[in-house]
Write a protein that binds this ligand. Sequence first.
Ligand code: ARG
Length: 456
Amino acid sequence: MTKLWGGRFQKSAENWVDEFGASIGFDQQLVMEDIEGSVAHVTMLGAQGILDSKDVEQILGGLAELKLAAEAGELEFRVANEDIHLNLEKMLTDIIGPVGGKLHTGRSRNDQVSTDMHLFLKKRVVEVVDLIGTFQKTILHKAEQHVETIAPGYTHLQRAQPISFAHHLMAYFWMLQRDKDRFNESMKRIDILPLGAGAMAGTTFPIDREKTAELLGFSDIYPNSMDAVSDRDFIVEFLSNSSLLMTHLSRFAEEIIIWSTDEFKFIELDDAFSTGSSIMPQKKNPDMAELIRGKTGRVYGNLIGLLTVLKGTPLTYNKDMQEDKEGMFDTVHTILGSLKIFEGMVRTMAVKTERLHQAVHSDFSNATELADYLAAKGMPFREAHEVTGKLVFTCIQRGIFLLDLPLVEMQNESKLIEQDVYDVLAPEAAVRRRNSLGGTGFDQVRLQIEKAKALL
Ligand code: ARG
């Protein structure tokens, strides 16, 4: 088959060579954006008198037909036509004849493909932000139910200090808030029109880029045609924002996995978000959380992949850039799926409040309370730390906890300790009294939840 650009060629490449160069296998996902871009371009060409209205009408008619067929999934893409742009142009001329060839006036595939990607990401980023918001609402709702559920807080995965379980959940709310901000902020670099840059130097036709931008709903236009066709920063930025989002989801997934173990039993995932084992009948595995943790790797890979593709490419367009697409599609697919699953997983999970309560009453996470108690009574904190450490050691040797230690024994280490120490050592008190701004005190957590609500 002769190529749309076949004029200067004496022979055609063999199929297997064409196959290697073709992107239609994946860039067909841009079919709607490509048609959208063409409609705007040809409308502008008509308005500028570059094409006469009869031609424009015919081309618009053909594009409308292609759009309908695309929506119905009836388009048959061919590897021989290389990519989405040439496939659609070929189909257009098949429908309306040689006049279809006028569509490409004053345009190149270089500004066309970049326009498609901008249009595509504009829509997807809105979806991503939306899903992050939904997930945040679910976290907030869960947190509201567990403000007074006390749980062990960890550092080094060792029991550290008692916390409100809501406080723990809300930490993820704020990570997601930053993710959402980053995606929203990146929009101003996605919302720019490259079309009209031509192959890279602009065009001799009296085009009106402002008109095209207006028709496509772009708020800005690339001021430099060379930058317009070679810029893929907006995709790198999307992949980078997605990587950080996945980092957050992966950390949360890891906690869900740990909390679901028999050793912790802090939560139980709903059956709908768990799987069984083909051999061990007792198993209930947190596969979805593990998959999200695992999929983080491919999103990082997509980011590093594109950065590496770009680092050695001279201005302007190089075919290397065709490698920008699969990673972007894959990332969109991965993060939308992960967000959706995670939301459902958290919404339906059961929090084992009894077990959390029991956990926090059978550890030494109230040791800081004793040290603070002594320090508040005037003992230098270092000394208070030492005294408390000794009492903890005594308890460990006897297999008891600080609350079980009789007052006289505590007083052997320091006469400053009085009966009221037992109130201070209660894990509930430990949480309630951490009332510094942003702390885990119940009142602070309620305040935090109010702040979060106001943002949604
Ligand atoms: N399929 C190509 C891509 O995705 C479209 C641009 C082709 N431009 C060119 N000069 N060969 O990058």
